[in-house]
Design a binder for this molecule. Structure first.
Ligand code: KG4
Ligand code: ZN
Length: 373
C-alpha cells in the first residue's frame, strides 16, 4: 500500500510517500525563520505558511518519490528512461503521474494547533475526494513512536517489532511515557502536567536571550562547559511517586535566579546557566523513565520527538539503560526525530492493514488535544 502522508500540526509543513515502513520520499518546509523572531510558534502565522506551502511540499515529495518507486522505473517518465529534452514533462505532470500510483492519503488530526491541523486535514480531504482515495487519520504522537521503525527507500535499517515497548516522547509540545503494547495499542503512563521538556528548553533559551528554538543552542553551550551543573536547579516531581512530569516550576525558579543576577554576570555564566538548566530537565526525564522501567519491567525503549536529537540526552539515556540491561531504539534518521510526515505515513500503514480508514470524510475534524490510548 503506497501512502501519501500530510503533517501540519505545528510549524513544519510536511509531506511524505511511504510503503509500509519504507520512506520513498520526504519533504519538509520548516517555518523556523518565520517564528524565531517571536520566540515561539505563532499559530496564525503557522496557518498562513501551511496554506502557502502545502501544495509545493506535496508536489516536491511526489517528484522526489518517483526515483524510489520500482514499478515506475519502466514507464516513459521513469528516471532511467532517456528523454529528449523536448518531451521532459513539467514538475506538475511528473507529480500527478506519481500521485496516480498512490493508494491512500494519511493526515495528522491531532494533537497540535487547531488552525494548523485544519490546513493539512482540508488538503487531505480535498485530494481524497477529488481522486477517490481512502483517507487515514493519524495521531501525531503515534507517528513519533512509529518513526523508530522508519526505513530509507532501500529498506534499511531493518528493525523487527518485539512488543511490548516503553515509549519516551519528548518534543516541544509533549513529554510522555507511553506503554506501546502492540500495534496501535497505547497507554499513557505519565505525561507533563504543564510545559513540555522542549518547551522548557525553549523558554529557558528565551530568558537567556538565545533565540528560538532553544534546545539546540542550549545543547551547544552546555557542551562547551562539559555539562557542568553548578546551579543545582530544582527537579520538580521526582518524588511524586507517579510517572508525570512538570517543567513550569523549573522555568520559574530559573527566571527568579536570573533576576538576581546582573547582565554582566549572566553573560559571563551563560554556558553554565544553560548547562545547569539542561541537566535539570534531563534528570527529570531520566528519573521518570527509570521509574517506568522498574514499574513495568519493560526493557525495550523507543524514543521520539525533537529533544531526542540532543547528544547529551542520548549518552545519558544509553548509560541509564545499560545499568538496567535495557535497550533503546532511536529514530534511525535525524529527520524522523523532529516533526515530519514520514512517521505519519508509517503509522498509517499499520492502520491501513487493519482497515482503519476514515468512514465519512465530512466528519473528520481536528482534535487539538487528542490523547493516545
Ligand atoms: O518534535 P519537534 O520537532 O516538534 C514538536 O512536536 O514539538 O520538537 C521541537 C522541540 C523544540 O522544543 C526544540 O527546542 C527541541 O525539540 N529540540 C532540541 C534539540 N533539537 C530540537 N532540544 C534539545 N536538544 C536538541 N538538539
Ligand atoms: Zn512532534
Amino acid at each position: 500500500m503506497r501512502i501519501l502522508a500530510i503533517e501540519t500540526s505545528c510549524d513544519e509543513t510536511a509531506a511524505a510517500v511511504v510503503e509500509g515502513v519504507r520512506v520513498l520520499g520526504n519533504a519538509i518546509y520548516s517555518q523556523i525563520l518565520i517564528h524565531s523572531k517571536w520566540g515561539g510558534v505563532v499559530p496564525s502565522l503557522a496557518k498562513r505558511a501551511h496554506e502557502e506551502k502545502i501544495d509545493m511540499v506535496i508536489e516536491q515529495v511526489l517528484v522526489k518519490a518517483r526515483s524510489s518507486i520500482r514499478n515506475f522505473l519502466s514507464t516513459s517518465w521513469g528516471p532511467s528512461s532517456k528523454l529528449k529534452s523536448s518531451v521532459i514533462p513539467s514538475r506538475k505532470k511528473l507529480a500527478s503521474s506519481v500521485f496516480s500510483t498512490i493508494d491512500c492519503i494519511a493526515v495528522t488530526y491531532g494533537p497540535g494547533l487547531a488552525i494548523a491541523l485544519e490546513v493539512g486535514i482540508s488538503k487531505a480531504k480535498e485530494l481524497a475526494k477529488k481522486y477517490e482515495k481512502k483517507l487515514i487519520a493519524v495521531d501525531h504522537m503515534e507517528g513519533h513512536i512509529y518513526a523508530c521503525w522508519g526505513q530509507n527507500s532501500k529498506g534499511n535499517p531493518k528493525n523487527e517489532f518485539k512488543f511490548p515497548y516503553l515509549a519516551l516522547l519528548v518534543s516541544g509540545g509533549h513529554t510522555q511515557l507511553v506503554l506501546f503494547s502492540n500495534h496501535l495499542q497505547y497507554e499513557v503512563l505519565g505525561e507533563t502536567l504543564d510545559d513540555a521538556a522542549g518547551e522548557a528548553l525553549d523558554k529557558a533559551a528565551k530568558l537567556l536571550g538565545l533565540g528560538y528554538p532553544g534546545g539546540p543552542v542550549i545543547e551547544q553551550l552546555a557542551t562547551e562547559v562539559d555539562h557542568k551543573d553548578n546551579y543545582k536547579l530544582p527537579r520538580p516531581m521526582i518524588k511524586s511517586g507517579d510517572l508525570n512530569f512538570s517543567f513550569s516550576g523549573l522555568k520559574t525558579s530559573f527566571y527568579y535566579m536570573l533576576k538576581k543576577m546582573t547582565e554582566a554576570e549572566k553573560n559571563k555564566q551563560l554556558k553554565e546557566l544553560a548547562s545547569s538548566f539542561q541537566e535539570a530537565v534531563f534528570d527529570c526525564i531520566l528519573l521518570k523513565l527509570e521509574s517506568a522501567i522498574k514499574q513495568t519491567g519493560i526493557k525495550k525503549i523507543v524514543v521520539g520527538g525533537g529533544v531526542i536529537c540532543n547528544q547529551r540526552l542520548r549518552i545519558r539515556l544509553r548509560s541509564l539503560l545499560k545499568r538496567h540491561g535495557a535497550e533503546v531504539i532511536f529514530p534511525p534518521y535525524k529527520y524522523l526525530c523532529t516533526d515530519n510526515a514520514a512517521m505519519i505515513g508509517i503509522a498509517a500503514s499499520f492502520k491501513a492493514e487493519k482497515g482503519l480508514f476514515v468512514k465519512d470524510l465530512a466528519k473528520l475534524d481536528r482534535v487539538p488535544r487528542l490523547r493516545l490510548g
